[in-house]
Design a protein around this ligand. Structure first.
Ligand code: ATP
Length: 322
């Protein structure tokens, strides 16, 4: 066991449901090891501004079920600058804090690596709804976001059925189509389009015309953000086909809400494991889960890993989704 006395925790990048459950696990696990625990508020910005405060057991009461992050989060691109990051290191050292756990996405991991290189024992936990981190099968927040998207798409299905409409639904996942894939399959969407599948609007129009010939009277198309302008696509469908069409952008609704039980369990396991690894002297690594087993990956390797995406090409779910 490495000698660890004081540990700090922060959340960084976009928030994700389940971050609170991870914070709770880190705090409670660290306290049970006899460590002092500190909260860093507002991510790396709070670190350099010395927004660091001691926590106790009750600091994390009643949060396992809450979305967002009680610590707040921020984006501070300047943290990539060594001089800026050094301010954070000094603030930690002033308080005698030896270790830090950071919950966030790949940008947050780069911050972890920087702190590690400056001598702070530091570990990353994957917290981001997009599931875009290759060193884990699931990130904290992904399952909740999928549940939120499915709930919304189910509702759109009802009204699309009534009005014989084609609904074009934009979900999050700019660089990773996992939300679109999982929500699309679970809600029985007719077509799923992601950054990985590529986008050919003429093919989409052909798909819709064929569906019309087959007398389909309702269509659900799920698309990840930034692939195309969904409002313009819905407008074209309305103008050029017999379908009335509407675009719905689910947006930040996917980032909020109570975490699903799956995310709470995942977050608790990852938080616990992060403290264990710090106690074992690990640093510059991130925690993840594969085949239900906890894994620990050096961050440089994690940042190089390519994600094993669910699906590589456009998905017509009426035929095969395998
Ligand atoms: P999300 O997936 O939700 O976007 P993320 O952690 O990838 O989460 P970013 O905004 O990319 O979100 O990164 C979070 C923070 O990590 C940044 O605001 C910055 O403070 C820090 N960070 C990002 N890149 C670096 C880097 N190269 N070196 C040091 N710190 C970095």
């Amino acid at each position: 066991m490495a000698k660890v006395n004081k540990i700090a925790i922060l959340t960084s990048g976009g928030d994700a449901p389940g971050m609170n459950a991870a914070i709770r696990a880190v705090v409670r696990s660290a306290l049970s090891h006899g460590l002092e625990v500190y909260a860093v508020y507002e991510g790396y910005a709070g670190l350099i501004e010395n927004n660091i405060h001691k926590m106790d057991r009750s600091s994390v009461s009643n949060i396992i079920n809450r979305g967002g992050t009680i610590l707040g989060t921020a984006r501070l691109p300047e943290f990539a600058d060594d001089e800026v990051a050094m301010k954070g290191v000094e603030n930690l050292k002033k308080l005698g804090i030896d270790c830090l756990v950071a919950i966030g996405g790949d940008g947050t991991y780069r911050g972890v690596l920087k702190l590690h290189n400056f001598g702070i024992n530091c570990i990353g936990i994957p917290g981001t709804i997009d599931n875009d981190i290759a060193s884990t099968e699931f990130t904290i927040g992904f399952d909740t976001a999928v549940n939120t998207a499915v709930d919304a798409i189910d509702k759109l299905r009802d009204t699309c059925n009534s009005h014989h409409r084609c609904s074009v639904i934009e979900v999050m996942g700019r660089y990773c189509g996992d939300i679109a894939y999982a929500a699309g399959v679970a809600s029985g969407a007719d077509l799923i389009i992601t950054s990985e599948t590529g986008y050919d609007e003429e093919e989409v129009m052909k798909f819709i015309e064929k569906a019309q010939e087959e007398n389909k009277h309702r269509l659900l198309i799920v698309i990840t953000e930034k692939v195309t302008n969904v409002a313009a696509l819905a407008n074209r469908i309305k103008t050029e086909t017999g379908f009335d069409s509407r675009a719905t952008i689910l947006g930040h609704i996917q980032r909020g809400g109570n975490p699903s039980p799956f995310d709470r369990v995942l977050a608790t396991r990852l938080g616990d494991a992060a403290v264990d690894k710090l106690m074992e002297g690990e640093s510059g690594v991130c925690i993840g889960v594969f085949n239900n087993e906890i894994v620990c990956t050096p961050i440089p390797e994690a940042l190089e890993m390519k994600k094993n995406i669910f699906r590589k090409y456009a998905i017509d779910t009426n035929n095969s989704v395998r």
